[in-house]
Design a protein around this ligand. Structure first.
Ligand SMILES: O=c1ccn([C@@H]2O[C@H](COP(=O)(O)OP(=O)(O)O)[C@@H](O)[C@H]2O)c(=O)[nH]1
Ligand SMILES: O=C(O)[C@@H](COP(=O)(O)O)O[C@H]1O[C@H](CO)[C@@H](O)[C@H](O)[C@H]1O
Length: 210
């Protein structure tokens, strides 16, 4: 089996290149899809310059919508999701996310930052199930309804599905890695408001009691 990487990206021209660079040298990765989620900056151009596939959504669908579009276009059986704003992504991180699924040691891996930056380490220590770095067979994603409408609730929904269906979940440490926080991208007030909206989108999609 081989891997399609799906990268949802909303205005990530500054960081996307750093995510794409380590992917190019991994033979098991045969398809890389950047889904620009209604970006108004140079995200699409950066992706094209790197020679990867681009889905250029004319309007913002939210993260779940962008990820779903990527899954629909995926040729391979295994999907690796990565955020477009990762800092310090290395080939080793990518291998540690994909090999357990490729080798059938896990049904899903979830990457957790470790030793990158205190703020992002702590956030992921508290809530690893929110992580956008995860690898899973496409078959499972196709069994989950409504991912496209879940916006930031998408990871919680995938995790919930995985628990309910007894998938083997493996948490994988991602040493010295971090991402750019909302407040850093958008400024404190706008970033914090965006963060509250994200928590609302997550809460809305949690199904209580199965
Ligand atoms: O409407 C959106 C919001 C976010 N993203 C992408 O989803 C990933 C995670 O989003 P963000 O960095 O805002 O979340 P954080 O990691 O700060 O929670 C990034 O690649 C974003 O560009 C997206 O495709 N559509
Ligand atoms: O870890 C978290 O609390 C949030 C917010 O991260 P930051 O506070 O911006 O570092 O980030 C994650 O959660 C989102 C919802 O599940 C995911 O879509 C992001 O990929 C993930 O980084």
């Amino acid at each position: 089996m081989l891997v399609t990487v799906v990268i949802p990206a909303f205005n990530e021209e500054n960081y996307l290149g750093g995510v794409l660079e380590p992917l190019k040298s991994i033979p098991e990765i045969t398809q890389i899809i950047v889904v620009s989620d209604g970006s108004t900056d140079g995200t699409v151009q950066v992706a094209r310059n790197w020679g990867v596939e681009v889905i250029d959504l004319p309007q913002n669908l939210g993260k779940g919508g962008a990820m779903s579009m990527g899954v629909k276009a995926a040729r391979e059986d295994i999907i690796l999701f990565l955020d477009a704003d990762l800092i310090g992504l290395k080939v080793e991180h990518v291998r540690s996310l994909i090999y357990p699924v490729l080798n059938n040691q896990a049904d899903m891996t979830v990457g957790v930052f470790e030793g990158g930056r205190l703020a992002t380490d702590v956030a992921q220590l508290i809530a690893p199930f929110l992580s956008g770095q995860r690898c899973i067979k496409k078959y499972w994603l196709e069994q989950i309804g409504n991912l496209e409408s879940m916006r930031f609730g998408v990871e919680t929904a995938i995790t919930q599905f995985a628990y309910e269906n007894n998938l083997r979940i493996m948490e994988v440490e991602l040493p010295a890695m971090s991402h750019v926080m909302k407040e850093e991208k958008l400024g404190f007030v706008k970033g914090f408001a965006y963060r509250l909206k994200m928590y609302w989108e997550i809460a809305k999609n949690v199904r209580l009691g199965g």
